[in-house]
Design a protein around this ligand. Structure first.
Ligand code: DP6
Length: 345
């Protein structure tokens, strides 16, 4: 008999960036971060987890291609989930011994993997939730976020819809480093986003490697993590709760720019943005100046692609502008990749 469960997990795009680990094994960050979870139809990973007594090893297929399951991160997620299932099985001996069976995971993205569009976040969130569903675990999204974090830091934030914080936590074992919801989608429903695919190719420096280069070599980084981010975290959380787009947008752009500044302050310097990314920055800064308010806010992760946040009422301005000036990459911009905010995960 094969036991199976499927789930989808959405992408989240940080507006206050996670960049730096204090523990690379447990994926414990050097600062708390904030993100918005985008709608599932447009951007999501669909994952099916299966377990059977006759499977002879763990296996993983990503977009139809078999991938290794030997990585420490996947191993950590499997081990944590099996441990919780084992507790459940000990308390309920009638349950099948799924914790001792091998797992087969089949995962598919509907967006370009590793192009800096937060694919690892949706990927690990879906992996953890699919196995948690298969194992019928009673754990809350917050508890599962602790496990997803060990797969990829940003994945912990995809366990919630709406506006999400990853509280860095203080403890060495990572037990308090998990995602919490700041506000539901319903509390601020008119937020929208559009993803501008500037390049669909794999990024040059992975975030895992890049952030450790920054931690080890950038002198600006420490000040960002210890002084600037804690203050910005408070201001951004308050702006979200007050539905203050002006402040939210300004902080989002400032934080993206600062994150790329510490990347450039690393040795060797890391460049994620390219000429088209900088064109987007200039364009949005100009539009905001012309209107005398924040119409749209840009943010860039560990790659050249831009994500813009704006309020629904301003969609004609934002999309009109992009249609007029954005170069097309792989047909992605012919139909703008707009996404609303996901209510629930
Ligand atoms: C720039 O979560 O991909 O997107 O924990 O090593 O897997 P690992 O890193 P990852 O880093 C994301 C970095 C970022 C900012 C963010 O999402 O907060």
């Amino acid at each position: 008999k094969i036991y199976s469960a499927s789930t989808t997990a959405p992408v989240n795009i940080a507006t206050l960036k996670y960049w730096g680990k204090r523990d690379t094994k447990l994926n414990l960050p050097t600062n708390s971060s904030i993100s918005v979870t985008l709608s599932q139809d447009d951007l999501r990973t669909l994952t099916t987890a299966s377990a059977a007594e006759f499977f002879d090893c763990d296996k993983l297929w990503l977009n139809g291609k078999e991938e290794s399951v030997e990585g420490n991160r996947i191993r950590a997620c499997f081990a944590e989930l099996r441990a919780v299932r084992k507790v459940l099985e000990s308390a309920n001996p009638e349950l099948p011994a799924l914790s001792s069976y091998h797992l087969h995971i089949v995962s598919e993205n509907n967006f370009p993997t590793a192009a800096g569009v937060a694919s690892s976040a949706a990927g690990f969130a879906a992996l953890v939730r699919a196995i948690a569903n298969l194992f019928e675990l009673p754990q809350s999204p917050e508890e599962l976020s602790r496990i997803a974090r060990q797969g990829s830091g940003s994945a912990c934030r995809s366990m919630f819809g709406g506006y999400v914080a990853w509280d860095m936590g203080q403890s060495d074992d990572g037990s308090d480093s998990r995602a919490v919801q700041i506000a539901t989608q319903e509390m601020w429903p008119d937020m929208k986003s559009v993803i501008l695919v500037v390049s669909a190719s794999k990024k040059e420096t992975s975030s895992t490697v890049g952030m450790q280069t920054t931690v080890n070599t950038s002198s600006l980084f420490k000040y960002r993590a210890e002084v600037l981010v804690p203050q910005r975290f408070k201001e951004m959380s308050e702006a979200i709760l007050a539905k203050d787009f002006e402040t939210f947008g300004r902080l989002t752009m400032m934080d993206s720019n600062q994150f790329h500044a510490v990347c450039m302050d690393s040795s060797p310097p890391i460049f994620y943005m390219n000429d088209i990314s900088r064109l987007v920055v200039g364009l949005i800064e100009t539009v905001n100046k012309i209107y005398g308010r924040v119409v749209a806010a840009y943010t860039f992760d560990a790659g050249p692609n831009a994500v813009l946040y704006y309020l629904e009422k301003d969609e004609p301005i934002v999309l009109g502008l992009l249609k007029a000036v954005m170069p097309d990459v792989d047909g992605w911009n012919k139909k703008p990749n707009t996404a609303s905010i996901t209510p629930t995960v």
